[in-house]
Design a protein around this ligand. Structure first.
Ligand code: FAD
Length: 340
């Protein structure tokens, strides 16, 4: 087996908050390895809503989720993070010298003075509807997120769900798709009221068809190519909706996955931290971003950024026990990248 990679900090999760942790650690001269279960960097921003504009990132009146991730990658680049993608962190153990050993599903290991869990919703995945044979359609004509709106241009799209994602994408795809049909088991939607108003206006104009109260019932098509989506009422009345694509928005299955086994103090699916330092109850292990909880926590990217700064300062004495840390502004010290 290959020798473990030695670093200062191992970050679990390459979402926006994990990426900013690389920058904050780098500014304090700490090197990072970042591990993510997904094949792409960017967490929820890239996996779930790359083209959506975000309006509450300070100093950016509007920035697309993918634009934010690009900027965070560029900001972290001088510190040469070692990204290990497509592998889940599965093990955490302490070495006799006090360092933490992180093991991944790919069989590699990382030895670090500190571990920062920036794992968002944990090992997240979409809630899949229980439809026979759905696997054959996934990635071809059944999707759980929209990567590029243009892929649906001229297509007949069925959207299932009643939350923000279903409503927002119905409104957005109505501009490019040949037809949009929204399937929801109730007539009422659990989405931002102004988005629901827009959806209802599109329905009144005949640009979106509302298929309520119906639930998904079955898929018709061959070799992953969809021809129709069958829907049914609670009484079992079945309708067939001609379709090229089905988008299912039933939320995320939030599972802590292996993180739940590491002896961390948990609050349901979240890791409890000291909000002053982002330290967990396990020495050397910190948690930031969506996965971290404390009184008053808001699951916002901007709050995760602030946690990354606090965690970096709390980690510094673990990596450099003999060096006093003098607080300095970035304007004073500049960005001194880490050499190859
Ligand atoms: P995530 O982005 O969830 O990234 C965590 C990463 O950790 C993932 O890539 C995951 O694969 C990885 N991971 C998990 N477990 C493991 C493991 N064991 N091993 C390896 N990797 C692991 N926030 C805002 O502030 N403003 C908005 O306008 C906004 N709009 C949103 C719109 C939508 C549709 C959604 C879904 C969310 C929105 N959010 C918004 C929330 C925002 O995306 C999250 O707060 C943010 O992504 C959290 O970042 P994170 O880095 O903590 O976690």
């Amino acid at each position: 087996m290959a020798a473990p990679t030695e670093t200062d900090v191992c970050i679990v999760g390459a979402g926006p908050v994990g990426l900013f942790q690389v920058f904050e650690c780098g500014m304090l001269r700490m090197r990072c390895v970042v591990v993510d279960a997904l094949d792409a960097i960017g967490g929820q921003c890239i996996a779930l809503y790359p083209e959506k504009p975000i309006y509450d990132i300070p100093a950016h009146p509007s920035i697309s989720a993918s634009g934010l991730i690009e900027a965070l990658i560029a900001q972290a680049a001088p510190f040469r993070p070692d990204y290990r993608l497509g592998r889940q962190v599965v093990r955490l153990a302490r070495e006799p010298d006090g360092r933490l050993r992180v093991g991944t599903s790919a069989g590699d290991a990382i030895l670090a003075r500190a571990v920062v869990i920036a794992a968002g919703a944990g090992a997240f995945g979409p809630n899949r509807p229980p439809l026979d044979g759905i696997e054959a359609f996934e990635g071809r004509s059944v999707f759980y997120a929209v990567q590029r709106r243009e892929e649906f241009r001229g297509k007949r799209v069925v959207i299932a769900g009643g939350g923000d994602s279903a409503v927002d994408w119905a409104v957005s795809l109505a501009e490019v798709a040949a037809a949009v049909q929204v399937v929801h088991r109730r007539a009422k939607f659990r989405a931002a009221p102004e988005s629901v108003v827009r959806l209802e206006a599109l329905a009144a104009d005949g640009k979106v068809a509302m298929v309520v109260p119906y639930q998904l019932h079955g898929l018709r098509g061959t070799r992953g190519v969809l021809e129709a989506v069958e829907v049914a009422t609670l009484k079992g009345e079945v309708r067939s909706l001609p379709a090229d694509a089905l988008l299912c928005f039933f939320g995320l299955a939030m599972e802590l996955g292996p993180i739940a086994e590491w002896g961390l103090a948990l609050d349901r699916t979240h890791v409890r931290i000291d909000p002053a330092t982002c330290a967990t109850n396990v020495p050397g292990v910190f948690a930031i971003g969506d996965i971290a909880t404390y009184p008053g926590k808001l699951k916002l990217i901007l709050q995760g950024f602030s946690e990354a700064a606090m965690a970096a300062h709390a980690i510094h004495p673990l990596v450099f026990p003999d060096q006093a840390l003098h607080f300095e502004y970035s304007t004073t010290k500049g960005v001194q990248g880490i050499a190859a």
